[in-house]
Design a protein around this ligand. Structure first.
Ligand code: AHR
Length: 642
């Protein structure tokens, strides 16, 4: 039956509250979401990344069956000045298979030749029947064509697939082939083996599964990208985080270094202690946003670096570095050029560069963050003012996001807000990582924010931990973000990804290795909110009886007509909540329910990834009903209307 009652107006809320924050931390990009399987494909690893790294990290020099030659790293005639290092192989002798009693000696096995083998990021995972796109740039030096065998090898060098290529060009040329694995392997490697004498240069050796997300070339790992798509995020903020401002002016993230052919991108040290190939660059970020229907939110440096620059991350250094004033005109132009690159016509200077990459249509960039958690020094303020004023003058339609430091309050927080107010920016980025108890004692934080001031983008937040109790504390807090979503316009949990054995930040949303992933309870909470959002907030629908362990919110999505109830119990006992739907017209009593509940200390791991998962069920609602919220739970009830 259908209940008809008078509707009352709710509060209009932000259309894009829940999104994602992606940073290349914890091997989130290279070795993670970015599907490239070859590690150090361009031989650009260096001790600056991490002291023991060099041009041949993750590579082995291979000489099979009494073959010999030499391998050198050279820089005098690279594919591009942005990509200086490459391998020169001089193959002086290719042996012959031994026969008879000598043929069982390990050195006699395999195809005779000299080459290089890539070990991937902790080895490569290959699947039987799947196709892999191999490519490499090569240049003949000794004047005659050279034959190569490219193979995927499993354990003990077992050949899973191989193909031949002939290197015949005297200039750098891209050689490609497709490899189809004959069987599964979790410990595969890629061997590029020269099987004839001669000398040549090799660079940008690459291997991608054809099965990337949406089958994009230079694409993303399909399973991990799908997890993000499943969340239906309203936006994606990228590429960081501290990664953006870098730990010195030389290490800032410069968007122009990350677009164009991969062999021309400027690789650099990742301040989290590894290396960025920039293979996942601005084009790929924007393309991914478009593919999943999320607004792109790039963050650009405010022309200053981290206050800990020059030292080990977070252990102090010589201090913030600022771009010299004489470089600011060019830097501001770089910021302005991003808008033209993203939104300009295909005939504009920068729009044509986007179009040449295969995207003539504009990307519809609406937001740009300026700065990340910077110390609000006079140097910062001067540069921040210059950048924001230039963007506002040329592109008043762009919503600029200011920055307010790493804490929920304090000196930089106040100063960051003050400068954003002064510049009349639409949004300010707040960040805080706290204990779950902090979230539960700050459920009123945004109730008193001045609605005449800039809106809030809660760009990074998490309670310390990935146990259910952390996720449920965040869920309680998120109901208050919905309640205040007239002033809190956007929010994103952080960090997003963490790779097993390569984690610099221990509380994260998704843990993964080369093969599998584990979704934290925090992921499930984020997804339950982002896939059950609306456009209007209604107060006084769910009574929590002033019990501080209970939180709730009620939204309506006027596109679908659905009423969405969220009920959170952070306590250890079941609690009753009273729901009064008499404000709503024409709702259908048969509703869908999703419940996440369990032991407060429970968590998911790669070994047991489904210990804590949301359960779907059907329920019946009426004009007025009681809901018994299980201990430590988030419940979403979605009610259809006619
Ligand atoms: O999310 C991890 C880090 O936390 C981000 O890089 C930085 O913005 C914050 O300090």
């Amino acid at each position: 039956y259908i209940i008809n009652v008078n509707a009352q107006q709710g509060k209009k809320i932000s259309p894009y509250l829940f999104g994602l924050f992606f940073e290349d931390i914890n091997y989130a990009a290279d070795g993670g979401l970015y599907a490239e399987m070859v590690q150090n494909r361009s031989f650009e690893y260096a001790p600056a990344d991490t002291p023991q790294w060099h041009s041949l990290t993750s590579w082995e020099y291979v000489k099979q069956v009494f073959s010999y030659g030499s391998l050198n790293i050279e820089t005098n005639n690279p594919i591009h000045l942005n990509n200086p290092h490459y391998v020169v192989l001089d193959i002086q002798h290719v042996g012959k298979h031994a026969t008879g009693e000598y043929s069982d000696i390990p050195e006699n096995k395999g195809t005779p030749g000299v080459g290089i083998k890539n070990l991937g990021y902790d080895a490569m995972i290959v699947k039987a029947g799947e196709h892999y796109d191999f490519s490499m740039f090569a240049r003949q030096i000794s004047g005659k064509p050279m034959s190569f065998v490219v193979s995927l090898q499993g354990t003990d060098g077992k050949i899973l697939v191989e193909d031949k290529i002939i290197i015949d060009s005297k200039d750098w040329k891209k050689y490609t082939t497709t490899l189809t694995a004959s069987e599964n392997s979790d410990s595969a490697s890629l061997l590029v083996l020269g099987t004839s004498k001669g000398k040549l240069a090799i660079d940008v050796v690459s291997l991608f599964p054809q099965n990337t997300f949406k089958n994009r070339k230079n694409g993303l790992r399909a399973d991990l990208a799908q997890l993000l798509a499943d969340m239906k995020p309203a936006f994606v903020r990228f590429p960081g985080g501290c990664l953006v401002h870098g730990d010195g002016t030389n290490n800032m993230y410069r968007w122009k270094h990350t677009v164009g052919p991969i062999e021309q991108r400027v690789e650099q040290k990742n301040l989290w202690g590894y290396h960025q190939t920039m293979g996942l660059g601005y084009f790929e970020y924007f393309q991914f946003c478009e593919d999943i229907g999320a607004k792109p939110v790039p963050v650009l440096p405010a022309a200053v670096s981290c206050q800990n620059s020059g030292g080990t991350w977070r252990i102090g250094g010589t201090g913030q570095q600022a771009l010299p004033m004489e470089d600011m005109e060019a830097y501001i132009q770089e910021v302005l050029d991003l808008v033209e690159w993203a939104n300009g016509s295909a005939t504009s200077k920068w729009g044509s560069i986007r179009a040449a990459t295969g995207h003539p249509e504009a990307f519809n960039l609406e937001f740009i963050g300026i700065g990340n958690e910077d110390k609000i020094t006079p140097e910062f303020q001067e540069r921040f003012n210059m950048i924001t004023q230039a963007v506002k003058a040329k592109y008043p339609e762009i919503q600029l996001i200011g920055t307010s430091g790493p804490f929920s309050d304090g000196e930089d927080f106040e100063k960051g807000w003050a400068i954003a107010n002064k510049n009349n920016l639409p949004l300010v980025d707040e960040h805080y990582y706290k204990q779950p108890e902090w979230f539960l004692s700050n459920l009123n934080r945004y109730d008193s924010y001045d609605r005449k001031k800039p809106g809030v983008y809660l760009g990074e937040y998490a309670s310390w931990g990935n146990k259910l109790k952390n996720a449920i504390a965040e869920a309680a807090y998120m109901t208050t973000l919905e309640r205040n979503a007239d002033i809190v316009k956007m929010a994103s949990y952080a960090p997003l990804f963490a790779k097993k054995n390569h984690t610099q930040w221990t509380t994260d949303m998704i843990f993964f290795d080369n093969k599998e992933y584990s979704l934290t309870p925090n992921y499930h909470v984020q997804k339950m909110f982002s896939t059950n959002y609306g456009d209007t907030y209604y107060k006084n629908i769910i009574s929590t009886e002033k019990d501080t362990t209970l939180s709730a919110s009620c939204l309506k999505d006027n596109k679908t007509g659905d009423i969405i109830l969220k009920m959170v119990n952070t306590g250890v006992e079941s609690k009753n909540m009273k729901v009064n739907l008499s404000k709503f017209k024409n709702f259908i009593p048969d509703a869908e329910q999703i419940t996440l509940t369990g032991d407060a200390e429970a968590e998911n791991t790669l070994e047991n990834p489904t210990h804590i998962v949301p359960k779907n069920s059907n329920t019946k609602v009426s004009k007025s009903f009681d809901y018994i919220a299980p201990p430590m739970s988030l419940t979403v009830i979605r009610i259809k209307t006619k």
